[in-house]
Design a protein around this ligand. Structure first.
Ligand code: F3S
Length: 651
């Protein structure tokens, strides 16, 4: 039987296990990526592990989430990151140089390679045939030190693309269509592999829009085969020599198949406040729009902004609507500027932001209260824009620009008919990547630091004691389904500036659910969390496990967990237990929960069923789905202690 592309790449990198769905495998990692909000911890953990040098082919540290230097804290973090990259041998991308996924795509991503990144949209370069997976920072630190990355072998799903996109439909509509069909949970435990005749009609930036937003499906990764479109892109960015043909075998067998006929697609839009609330644009046409934003790692490439620029050429945006363009990389900004498109858009009424995540995580351009914002981003979780009662829609740059022109949501096909002279700008690959010299990217051999520079806001990484025999405590918070890492550890600017100061950052833990939680947790000095389905969805942010750990949380009972967050719970010594819906319903906040067995022994011995006793009154069964390695990590009190012990014992 032939292999899928995913299996081929994993096979080439396999160091442990077998490629059977659900089985734990260990793989060798070629490239790592980290960004500023997760990167400080990555390097503090790399230091705590007493590692000397980066061992991967490429390691790159980006500064994109918190580029605004409001006070000394972000600036100190940037300086620390530059010093860590210099000391340990990573590339350093300066603040303002762009979003990690965009800059990595332009400079490093290569077919057939494996990549691990401490950001949930790490799978973006799957559009170039690289198998890229998002992980917690500690996993990235270990991989950077030459250690294997462990993951349960996902199911590989064939997404067969047929036909070609009709006018005004875009790559964004492909992924919105998948979200409409499958929901934000539809990709959990899966890798989506795109095949079929429709693939060749999509360029690399279009493919990476799809692989980027595969994260919103909950997928482990998404990947395209390579072809002349990939070669064309690599040549355009000056890296033609990195091209390699990678493809599945013709007789590859997939776990499942989904067919998308591109020619059936129309402009789609995700309504507030989940990326899978997808409807045709025509269904919400007429909704007044106060703000339009083009950018982010999903649609921030030069090729994403160019269609907007063409639609705006010689026109003005509606007086009631504000339009902001935030290119995904400085390279994209530079190309637009050199070709005159920046001036064209400015004349139309557009404001430009520096190349940064910015508004995607509520840093700047916060919408007005009770207003509508249309964004080309990948997520619209409630409150993520920086205001609780936000109303954020997700769409393509074409739909966003049409709304900016009209002042309301409009199907661009309708607007084209109405205006008479508005044409689908189409999608063309830039052939003028002027920024390739990249003065903002500092290679390891150009490093300007060889010692770590830590400011006063940069602390040590807290450690947890080994798992005790007795584990009991009160349920300190009962939460519904789909609690995101943004709920657990908010990502807005006034919180994220404490990302290297865990005691301070912990004061914000779960405050978006209950603002008394951090204080109550510290007072309780131990306790549990209770959640519904898909707990911890969203980002790879390990602070969402580290801060609860710091506050004394010992276990989380949930109906299901998001993949990366569950791995982070193991890594920080918090026991993730799965319960059924009835048990969830029957437990109330404030109930006491006791794990009946010797928990350390149960974890080490491989027990899958754990009996819990609630309020000293009734019992239920919880499940611990963990590999042998994860159990050892948990019992040792987390991965940092576990890996250190391994290094000390010479394993
Ligand atoms: Fe940044 Fe938003 Fe992407 S935070 S990495 S632009 S999802």
């Amino acid at each position: 039987m032939g292999q899928t592309l995913t299996e081929k790449i994993l096979d080439d990198h396999l160091v442990e296990g077998e490629l059977e769905p659900g089985e734990e495998i260990g793989i060798e990692v070629d490239q790592v990526l980290t960004q500023d909000t997760t990167g400080t911890l990555v390097w503090l953990q790399f230091e705590a592990l007493e590692l000397d040098d980066v061992q991967t082919e490429v390691a790159a540290q980006y500064c994109d989430h918190q580029t605004y230097q409001f006070d000394f804290k972000n600036t100190d973090d940037h300086r620390f990151l530059r010093s860590a990259a210099g000391k340990f041998g990573a590339h350093f991308s300066r603040p303002g140089n762009g979003i990690c996924h965009n800059v990595h795509k332009e400079n490093f991503a290569a077919p057939g390679k494996t990549m691990l990144g401490s950001d949930s949209h790490t799978p973006t370069p799957g559009g170039m045939g690289e198998l890229a997976i998002g992980a917690g920072g500690l996993d990235v630190a270990v991989a950077m030190g030459g250690g294997a990355y462990y993951i349960d072998m996902p199911e590989v799903v064939n997404v067969r693309l047929e036909g070609e996109l009709p006018e005004w439909a875009t790559a964004k509509d492909v992924i919105l269509e998948l979200l409409r069909r499958l929901s934000v949970k539809g990709g959990v435990g899966k890798i989506f592999e795109y095949t079929g005749p429709g693939v060749e009609s999509l360029s690399v930036p279009e493919r990476t829009t799809i692989t980027n937003m595969g994260t919103e499906l909950g997928a482990t990764s998404s990947i395209f085969p390579t072809d002349e479109r990939t070669e064309e892109y690599l040549e355009a960015v000056g890296r033609g020599e990195d091209y390699e043909e990678v493809a599945p075998d013709e007789d590859a067998e997939y776990h499942d198949e989904i067919v998308v006929d591109l020619s059936d697609l129309e402009p789609l839009i995700a309504e507030p406040s989940m990326p899978d609330n997808v409807v045709p644009v025509s269904e919400v046409a007429g909704t007044d729009v106060d703000q339009v934003m083009i950018g982010s790692c999903t649609n921030g490439a030069y090729e994403d902004i160019l269609p907007a620029a063409k639609m705006l050429e010689g026109r003005e945006i509606n007086k009631t609507t504000e339009m902001i363009v935030a290119p995904g990389s400085k390279q994209a900004s530079e190309m637009l500027a050199r070709e005159g498109w920046t001036a064209e858009m400015m004349a139309a009424g557009v404001n430009f932001s520096e190349a940064t995540c910015g508004a995607c995580i509520g840093n700047g351009h916060v919408p007005a209260s009770d207003s509508v914002s249309l964004r080309t981003f990948n997520r619209n979780f409630e409150g993520r824009s920086g205001i609780e009662d936000d109303s954020v829609y997700l769409c393509s740059p074409e739909v966003a620009t049409a709304a900016a022109l009209k002042g309301e949501i409009v199907d661009p096909r309708e607007l084209a008919d109405e205006m008479g002279d508005l044409e689908d700008p189409g999608f063309e690959l830039g052939d003028n990547y002027v920024g390739v010299s990249n003065s903002d990217l500092i290679a390891p051999d150009e490093a300007v630091d060889d010692e770590l520079i830590k400011g006063p806001n940069i602390g040590d990484v807290p450690l947890k004691d080994p798992l005790p025999a007795d584990l009991s405590g009160d349920v300190l918070l009962k939460m519904p389904d789909n609690i995101t890492t943004d709920h657990i550890s908010p990502a807005n600017a006034d919180v994220l500036m404490y990302r290297s100061n865990i005691p301070k950052l912990s004061e914000f833990t779960l405050t978006r659910v209950d603002d008394t939680f951090p204080e109550r947790a510290l007072e309780a000095d131990g306790g549990l969390l209770l959640a519904g389905e898909n707990y911890g969805q969203g980002s790879s942010r390990e602070h969402a496990a580290l801060c609860p750990m710091y506050l004394g949380i010992d276990a989380v009972l949930a109906q299901s967990f998001a993949r990366i967050h569950k791995a982070n719970l193991f890594n920080f010594g918090i026991v993730p237990l799965t319960i059924d819906e009835d048990t969830y319903e029957d437990i109330d906040q404030g109930d006491s929960v006791e794990i009946v067995d010797d928990v350390a022994e149960a974890v080490r011995s491989g027990a899958e069923e754990i009996t819990i006793r609630v309020d000293d009154d009734w019992e239920a069964t919880a499940n611990l789905d963990a590999s042998e390695r994860e159990r050892e990590i948990l019992a040792d009190g987390g991965k940092l202690t576990h890996v250190k012990q391994q290094y000390e014992s010479g394993d």
